[in-house]
Design a protein around this ligand. Structure first.
Ligand code: DX5
Ligand code: ZN
Length: 216
């Protein structure tokens, strides 16, 4: 499959969200990546349900919700109601990951698990066949515009290798520091969903940048 581009709204202009969502609707973006941060799991707070609902009202593409929060189970139903198509929780935030994944699927959403840069891929071995998506963090979560961590390529290859036998359709998403300098190499390594915040929204033309990332 051709890789998907998921621009992160974290880098959008929050005073002009409707304008930015409409730009993404017109663009070659595939999904809209929504970063939810609680100030506990990560050292930053982004936005919550009212903002997500405002985005959903205008978005014409699937909402890819990345939960950087503790106890995500408490809010899964609310995220579904707010318009999430994909819900990704952090491995590091879930004590009963299997239960959480089943709950996301029962809601009718695609289920993803994210791993921080220090978390080895091997921890996903026994849950991989239940997942729709693995999100490999290529920066430490909490902020947009950070420097890409190079060992990500290795981790993509490891996920791909593990998934080959048990879940060949698994989506492998990479999030953090993605741009024109590394996207081709990431796709070649096996990534098929690429998140880009700063690269898209700091570009002179965000629409042109999305096009370049899509057709790299
Ligand atoms: C970081 C977020 C990312 C972030 C990516 O915690 O999960 O989605 O917005 O932004 P860039 O592409 O600017 O690194
Ligand atoms: Zn994210």
């Amino acid at each position: 499959m051709k890789h998907l581009i998921a621009p992160s709204l974290l880098s959008a202009d929050f005073a002009n969200l409707q304008r930015d969502v409409e730009m993404l609707n017109r663009s070659e973006a595939d999904w809209l990546h929504i970063d939810i941060m609680d100030g506990v799991f990560v050292p930053n707070i982004s936005f919550g349900f009212p903002v997500l609902q405002a985005i959903a009202k205008h978005a014409q593409k699937p909402l890819d919700v990345h939960l950087m929060i503790v106890e995500p189970d408490r809010y899964l139903g609310d995220f579904k109601k707010a318009g999430a198509a994909v819900i990704t929780v952090h491995y590091e935030a879930c004590t009963h990951l299997h239960r959480t994944i089943q709950a996301i699927k029962d809601l009718g959403c695609k289920a993803g698990v994210a791993i921080n840069p220090h978390t080895p891929v091997s921890v996903l071995e026994t849950i991989l066949h239940d997942l729709d998506l693995v999100l490999i963090m290529s920066v430490n979560p909490g902020f947009g515009g950070q420097k890409f961590i190079e060992n990500t390529y290795q981790k993509i290859k490891q996920v791909k290798e593990l998934a080959k036998a048990v879940n060949p359709n698994l989506l492998i998403e990479v999030d953090g520091g993605v741009g024109m300098a590394n996207i081709k190499q990431l796709v070649d390594a096996g990534a098929n969903v690429l998140v880009a915040g700063n690269a898209v929204f700091a570009a002179d033309s965000s629409e042109e940048m999305i096009k370049s990332l899509k057709n790299c």
